[in-house]
Ligand binder design. Structure first.
Ligand code: 5GP
Ligand code: ZN
Length: 112
């Protein structure tokens, strides 16, 4: 999608601090970290949010979680939280599916 911030980041048109990349997935550190380690995992294909996942595009979502597991292992993260905000009321500010991966501090439940 031409006017999507995360499509531009995945394409390398907007710089970011890369954590991991393959043909399907891009992972990069959040510009405004909410934990000592905070990165985002996104599919390169434009999917607006968790609300747009279907049988047609869900394989890349499964792959996102493989990447989360792999990167967490590589970074030595024993405990971490994965969050995906879906829709404005839930706190989504960028309309391209992304999984926040947060680690390195105590976390509370329920989330705010
Ligand atoms: P959301 O609010 O949609 O759940 O998450 C969007 C996240 O993207 C936020 O945590 C925000 O800090 C991050 N973000 C927004 N713009 C940029 C950017 O240009 N670069 C990076 N690395 N992160 C961004
Ligand atoms: Zn996009």
């Amino acid at each position: 999608m031409s006017d999507c911030l995360f499509c531009k980041i995945a394409a390398g048109d907007i710089p970011s601090k890369k954590v991991y990349e393959d043909e399907q997935v891009y992972a990069f550190y959040d510009i405004d970290p909410q934990a000592p380690t905070h990165f985002l995992v996104i599919p390169k294909v434009h999917i607006t949010s968790c609300g747009e996942i279907t049988a047609v595009n869900s394989a890349v979502v499964a792959h996102c979680f493989e990447v989360i597991s792999r990167v967490a292992r590589e970074l030595g993260m024993e405990s971490f939280r994965v969050v995906s905000n879906c829709g404005a009321q839930a706190g989504q500010t960028v309309g391209h599916l992304h999984f926040h991966v947060l680690s390195g501090r105590d976390m509370t439940w329920p989330p705010g």
